[in-house]
Design a protein around this ligand. Structure first.
Ligand SMILES: Cc1cc2nc3c(=O)[nH]c(=O)nc-3n(C[C@H](O)[C@H](O)[C@H](O)COP(=O)(O)OP(=O)(O)OC[C@H]3O[C@@H](n4cnc5c(N)ncnc54)[C@H](O)[C@@H]3O)c2cc1C
Length: 417
């Protein structure tokens, strides 16, 4: 085999950069093709504690630390009417090793990652839109367009798809499947003048539960807060209103958010994203490995996206490296990567699916740390990829209690509004 590159990566977001860094650490020749020019705006600003070991392994922690991002010590879940709230305090998860995380402005954060990949020797081409790929017996041929509409091709032994919600290769192979009942739309922007918690709770993300929807409030700087509304796409369509109006009316009708946003003013235009939460039927094909959102995307309620993206990219890059060494287009390790990635995503998915049900909320908002059950939940929601027996059985008991709550009131029944 004689190709210019060992691996071509589509996309320079957290997954693409992580894959590039990992492959460079393993000595591979890497080309990253990114359609935009960085820094660029991106949604998804609240990280999880288990991002930290990945930063350390990639050697990018000093740059991230120097950027001075807001420290996140906990996640607060509020009822829209303010009647109840609970706080996951990461330092109190006795099964976790990492007590805190960060809230990051993605333009800056993604740029740090991409520049680090470059400094490790990855070739990064920005303004390069990938338009096609063809898998041959011993190589992958990728076509892309420059900003001046010039057409180019590049060849590599393997292709890693980190194209995010663009889901480039899986869309071409028609692999995308939506989770039933989870077609959502998000309306969001950055605001000044929002009142957020201070003291020990400074830096907490606030998730505000409404009947069939929720808000996020993420403090990025002292006077810059990311605020977003996530609701069912079908419900949004029946409203027949402009997204910003839907957002403003939801703020006005949600006491917890309205009180905090009384003096708020927008710093950015409103952004809209729809049609998320999907899986791909295959995460690996001959000479192609999908990572990050291009492997699948789940509802962002527990801020898992960037951590899952970077974790899958690191693992995906390792199996690609081994496959190139073996000279094979598909390996057992690639299939195992797919299985492990689905399992990791599945841990969050069980919480996401239940989060929208009343009986789950009734237990979740009235936590009881008997048998250190809250600590076990804390550990999963902090993003720990490996599960000990201790967390496994506690989670099983928790979901059993959720099941029982649906039939008999173990915790005080509450209304959601
Ligand atoms: C509403 C919402 C809220 C979210 N909130 C959070 C949160 O609080 N915390 C969190 O961790 N996650 C959150 N996420 C998820 C998070 O944004 C993603 O999981 C994360 O960005 C995935 O990283 P990625 O590298 O896979 O994809 P991306 O970050 O999207 O990067 C993909 C890159 O590929 C490039 N690209 C796409 N197609 C092509 C092409 N054909 N050619 C060349 N380049 C291409 C794009 O320009 C982009 O830069 C949220 C997501 C949504 C939708």
């Amino acid at each position: 085999m004689n190709t210019t590159w060992d691996v071509i990566i589509i996309g320079g977001g957290p997954a693409g950069s992580t894959a590039a860094m990992t492959l460079r650490q393993l000595g591979r020749k890497v080309l990253v093709l990114e359609k935009d020019r960085f820094p660029r705006f991106h949604v998804g600003e609240s990280l999880l504690p288990y991002n930290r070991p990945i930063f350390d392994e990639l050697g990018v922690w000093p740059q991230i630390q120097a950027a001075g991002f807001m420290v996140k010590r906990g996640a607060q879940f509020w009822m829209g009417d303010g009647s109840m709230h609970t706080r996951l305090h990461f330092a109190r998860g006795s099964f976790t090793e990492f007590p805190e995380s960060l809230q990051v402005e993605r333009a800056k954060f993604d740029d740090i990652l991409l520049r680090h990949a470059e400094s490790l020797g990855a070739k990064v081409r920005e303004g390069a839109l990938v338009t096609g790929h063809r898998v041959e017996q011993d190589r992958v041929v990728v076509t892309f367009c420059g900003e001046d509409a010039s057409e180019h091709t590049a060849e590599a032994a393997f292709l890693m798809d980190a194209s995010g919600l663009g889901n480039f290769t899986a869309n071409r192979e028609q692999l995308r499947e939506y989770y039933p009942g989870h077609k959502k739309i998000a309306i969001f922007g950055h605001y000044a003048g929002v009142q957020m918690p201070d003291g020990d709770e400074r830096g907490d993300i606030l998730i505000v539960r409404r009947k069939n929807s929720w808000f996020w409030m993420i403090p990025l700087e002292d006077d810059k807060v990311s605020v977003g509304l996530v609701l069912d796409l079908d419900e949004f369509k029946t409203l027949k209103q402009e997204p910003q109006l839907v957002f403003d009316e939801a703020v006005a009708g949600t006491k917890t958010v309205q009180e905090r946003m009384m003096n708020a003013r927008p710093l950015t235009q409103g952004h809209v994203l729809s049609d998320f939460s999907y899986t791909n039927r295959r995460l690996v094909s001959d000479r192609v490995v999908r990572v990050g959102d291009a492997a699948g995307f789940i509802d962002p309620i527990f801020s898992s996206g960037v951590m899952l993206a970077m974790h899958s990219a690191q693992k995906g890059a390792e199996v690609v490296h081994a496959a190139i060494a073996s000279g094979r287009a598909m390996t057992f390790a690639m299939r195992r990567y797919e299985w492990l990635t689905r399992r990791h995503v599945g841990r969050f998915w069980q919480f996401i699916e239940k989060f929208y049900t009343k009986h789950f909320a009734q237990l979740f908002f009235q936590p009881n740390n008997k048998f250190r059950m809250v600590c076990a939940i804390n550990c999963i929601l902090a993003g720990r990829p490996d599960m000990t027996f201790g967390t496994w059985w506690r989670l099983r008991v928790f979901f059993l209690l959720v099941w029982i709550q649906k039939r008999f009131a173990l915790a005080k029944p509450i209304e959601i509004g």
